[in-house]
Design a protein around this ligand. Sequence first.
Ligand code: FAD
Length: 327
Amino acid sequence: MSASDILVFAETYRGNLSGSVPELLGAARGLADATGGEVLAVVISNDGGGFVDGLQAADRILLVDHPSLAEYSPEPFLLALRQVIERETPRAVLIGSTSIGWDLAPLLAAQLKKPLVLGCQQAKVQDGEIRVVCALCGGKMIAEVRIPEAPAVLMVLPGSSAPASRSGKAQVEKVAPSDLPTPEKARVVFKQWILPPPGDVDITTQEVLVAVGRGIQQKENLEPIQQLAELLGGAVCASRPIVDQGWLPLTRQVGKSGMTVKPKLYLALGISGAPEHVEGMSGSELIIAVNTDPKAPIFDVADYGVQMDLMELVEPLMEAIQEKKKG
Ligand code: FAD
């Protein structure tokens, strides 16, 4: 226990660690190196032992196991996390910018009466204070904030840090929670996961995504793009206007009110790059953007940019891929 430790909420989702956790551990390691503290990962579940392997980038792993913590529910999770924080007194608590994170982090900060910083992109220690670069108003403004108080609750955006490398030496400890509400006594009760319709693709697990935006202009143009995605061994996803028009289901939407994706390749066709879209795809390994407007903000996050009409690109690109596959 030390006031210089950095605590990571190691979120789990349906039996797996959330994709946000390795990056949170990476961000925590950078801070802990500067504060001289340790990285602590806390798993809140009914049986956290199975997650230990995936948390070896931490110095200590704290398992809070209890039957009331089998599925996410704000009251017991908040109480369990608070008990760990009161025991460990960390300098900062890192929580992913996920659906659960959005539920938990503001409640936690309010109950602790401590500062909450949303949209964290970078965090460092300067003059003994944590300083965070964060995206406000969906990324339209960037601010640097100082947080003199501890613990600071930081909600970290996906793609903000490199994942931490595993040390394999993490110490595992069980923490017994007390006075957790039983499901009958809780005011909010977990009922069920609402999953993508059976048969639809889970875009969060695809290595290649061909993303379409309003630049495709008409629904009929989706067909060749679907073929292109298949040729590349991936799936089609979209910006919000495409989903709002009913051309693709909500399960294919990338962004703030859609999915967060991290494919190896994200090919963005006719997408302007609004902050709400970029929030969901900036963690992709390689981003290639095609847009007629050379000033489109998507080019600011792209590794490669092509200024042209996307429909003039799709056919020749498919032919070139087919040729390459033949040869
Ligand atoms: P546009 O902004 O209209 O851009 C179309 C682009 O296509 C332009 O850059 C244009 O130059 C280019 N183009 C046009 N014709 C061609 C062509 N023939 N070839 C190549 N390029 C061409 N958006 C999301 O995507 N996901 C979200 O989850 C999301 N959540 C939101 C939540 C909130 C609270 C709010 C307020 C907004 C949200 N939005 C979201 C909407 C977001 O702000 C943008 O409006 C949206 O991302 C724009 O989509 P777009 O890039 O497809 O369309």
